[in-house]
Design a protein around this ligand. Structure first.
Ligand SMILES: [Zn+2]
Length: 244
């Protein structure tokens, strides 16, 4: 394998996953191929529904502590696994639920290495593209089937938008067999686009086995060089706490 594998989409009981961070890490170490890093990527800003939160103070009260606890628990796991496995702290954010809270959410992500948005439509992607570089960490699209989510937009336009805004495209196990998405993946070849691998592991650790399958597909298309390891931007500003 040309590049170290990073498995960047794993849920824990913090949101709707069945396995603890340590169990997910152990499964990756035992999976039969080398995994360099695991990204925990739980849903944030989702329960109770952020749709019902109407102002920033309320949003911070409901979700601020939750986000801080989550980031702290992933950071603790990072220490525990130091030297054995790299752990990254991701967050998955539901776009329709949170699109009106983005300004505030951006201030609550200190210590998050990357954010994956799910259920983004074309209007959402253009909004996100305009602000992606202002986020304290790289942002990406979680398990996005471009034909379904952007049915009226040419693939060339989608990929140009992602590349220009440096929005990550996650290659997800849900799309296996990836060859069914050949048209999309071949479009990526001519562009400077960032990719990550994700399994969206919730309650079935066997899905980890799809990582080398996805990698092999990307390698065959010459896309494996586009895989990146996202990290929080070092220059990210200190979080603004409304309770300070
Ligand atoms: Zn997920």
């Amino acid at each position: 394998m040309g590049q170290p594998l990073y498995s960047l989409h794993n849920h824990t009981p913090f949101s709707d996953g069945a396995y603890l961070i340590d169990e997910i890490c152990e499964a990756h170490l035992r999976c039969g191929f080398e995994v360099a890093g695991v990204g925990i990527c739980d849903h944030l800003f989702a329960t109770p529904s952020s749709r019902e939160v109407t102002n920033e103070r309320e949003f911070d009260r409901v979700f601020g502590r939750e986000a801080r606890n989550y980031i702290a628990s992933v950071r603790e796991a990072q220490q525990r696994w130091s030297g054995k496995l790299q752990i990254l702290c991701g967050a998955e954010i539901n776009w329709p639920l949170n699109k009106h809270h983005l300004e505030h959410i951006r201030t609550m992500l200190q210590g998050v290495d990357y954010v994956l948005f799910e259920f983004v439509d074309w209007a959402g992607l253009t909004t996100l593209a305009n602000q992606a570089r202002r986020w304290p960490c790289p942002v990406g699209l979680a398990h996005c089937d471009v034909r379904v989510q952007f049915p009226n937009t040419p693939m060339q336009q989608v990929v140009r938008t992602l590349a220009n805004a440096r929005i990550i495209y996650e290659v997800n196990s849900k799309f296996i067999p990836l060859a069914e998405h050949d048209a999309w993946f071949k479009t990526l070849r001519e562009h400077r686009i960032f990719l990550t691998l994700g399994t969206d592991t919730h309650d079935d650790l066997s899905v980890i086995k799809t990582l080398p399958v996805m990698y092999a597909y990307l390698e065959r298309l010459g896309l494996h060089d586009k895989l990146i390891v996202p990290h929080a931007k070092p220059e990210s500003p200190a979080p603004v706490s409304s309770t300070a």
